[in-house]
Design a protein around this ligand. Structure first.
Ligand SMILES: NC(=O)c1ccc[n+]([C@@H]2O[C@H](COP(=O)([O-])OP(=O)(O)OC[C@H]3O[C@@H](n4cnc5c(N)ncnc54)[C@H](OP(=O)(O)O)[C@@H]3O)[C@@H](O)[C@H]2O)c1
Length: 397
């Protein structure tokens, strides 16, 4: 059994503090884990790069360096950046130089704006790059946000913000020290169905909210922590809750407009399944809000696919299924036994609107809607969820 690295020991202590340790001993769990190191990966399957580079950006367009050229960056977010006038891909940071060169050619990024994880600090003097977008495995977010702020760049960081409240605190402090923006990539805050749902709930469309139900689940294919960072405790924390389940946590909060007062939870981890030797398979939680509303959330890497948010109020229901996907949202408002399908807009705008919001905040020094305080708030709820599951008790926030 190999000894844990310095980083895994630090993470171990954080997870222990958060009640996150499962398995016989922490040493055993971490002996198998990936290390907290940024390392290059092959180009993901099914990525189509743009056939021709974009036109030259406008003079006030915000230059963004993408850190981590994986599935989400290449399939969703870099194409979305190309659809904006407000920002452009000005640099790349990757551990796979050949992939980065190919991506750079497709997006019109000069070779001398392609950085590795080793020479990243040189980005500080690159005036073409105003900001970075961290699209790395979640366990690397805090470290790379701190490095980016130290280099004087604004930071857009993918969700989850990090894997612990302590890491979020470090990121917020680094942002304040550098006087640079910190945004978390919570795309649903820019998606027409979820925005309409927030408005409907605020206007009392279902009366007083009594119950929210959310499922964010899928079945992970055969894998192991060494093969897939999402199965690695060091890189993914407890697993599905930080990843897919975070959408349910977010929905419960933005639909009620409240913060939970009490949390109870259970976790499920099947024995002898390499997918779940380090992360949980399923996390189910119950959030009680001061108004009396209750949210029942389920997230899993080991259950059939489901993406839904349901709201039951004193005078109606809202059904969102799928609720938080990249596209194809379906939403129905039920009142007095009458179902009304709602089609508030094209969900695909969520990606470029999120980028527009970030670019505008950087350019005009305006507040960020999905800031580090929101990201930290959600990690506090995640930590409380694991504490509740570990102790078998209700955790009061
Ligand atoms: N908002 C959303 O809807 C959404 C959707 C999907 C993912 N995400 C978030 O985006 C982040 C990345 O997810 P993803 O699905 O894009 O992951 P992914 O496809 O596995 O890509 C991650 C990339 O990070 C880099 N990397 C550096 N160190 C790594 C390591 N030790 N192990 C694996 N990759 C490493 C690699 O890029 P290089 O080869 O270029 O170095 C890799 O291609 C996560 O935080 C995730 O939660 C958000």
């Amino acid at each position: 059994m190999s000894r844990p690295t310095h980083f895994s020991r630090r993470r171990l202590l954080q997870l222990a503090a958060a009640g996150l340790i499962i398995g016989p001993t922490a040493e055993l769990a971490f002996g198998r884990s990936q290390s907290l190191e940024a390392t290059g990966q092959p180009i993901p399957r099914g990525v189509t790069l743009p056939a021709s580079p974009p036109e030259a950006p406008a003079s006030d367009s915000v230059g963004i360096a993408i850190i981590g050229l994986g599935g989400y960056a290449l399939r969703q977010m870099m194409p979305a950046i190309q659809r904006t006038q407000s920002c452009h891909v000005a640099g790349l940071v990757s551990g796979n130089r050949d992939k980065a060169l190919a991506v750079g050619r497709a997006y019109g990024v000069p070779e001398d704006a392609i950085y590795s994880y080793e020479n990243f600090d040189a980005i500080a003097t690159d005036d073409r790059i105003d900001a970075v977008y961290i699209v790395l495995p979640s366990g690397l977010h805090a470290e790379w946000a701190e490095k980016s702020f130290a280099a004087g760049k604004h930071v857009l960081c993918e969700k989850p913000m990090a894997l612990s409240v302590a890491e979020c605190d470090r990121m917020i402090a680094a942002s304040q020290r550098a006087d640079r923006k910190l945004m978390i990539g919570y795309r649903c805050h820019f998606e027409p169905y979820n925005l309409a749902a927030m408005d409907l709930m605020r206007s009392g469309a279902v009366g007083d909210i009594e119950w929210i139900g959310s499922k964010h689940q899928y079945t992970m294919g055969p894998t192991s922590p060494a093969q897939n960072w999402r199965a690695s405790r060091a890189l993914a924390g407890g697993g599905p809750l930080e990843d897919y389940g975070l959408y349910g946590v977010q929905a419960a909060l933005y639909l009620t407009g409240e913060l939970p007062a009490r949390i109870s939870a259970t976790t499920t981890t099947p024995a002898n399944d390499p997918r779940f030797s380090e992360v949980f398979a399923t996390v189910e939680s119950r959030l009680e809000f001061p108004s009396g509303a209750v949210a029942e959330l389920s997230t899993s890497y080991d259950l059939p696919g489901s993406n839904e948010a349901l709201v039951r109020g004193t005078s109606g229901e809202l059904i969102m299924r799928p609720a938080t996907s990249y596209g194809g949202q379906v939403m129905t408002l039920v009142r007095d036994g009458v179902s009304e399908p709602l089609t508030p807009g094209d969900p695909s705008v969520q990606f470029h609107r999120m980028m527009d919001h970030f670019a505008s905040a950087v350019r005009s020094n305006t507040p960020i809607l999905t800031d580090g305080v929101m990201g930290r708030r959600d990690l506090r709820i995640i930590e409380a969820t694991y504490q509740a599951a570990e102790s078998g008790r209700v955790v009061t926030l």
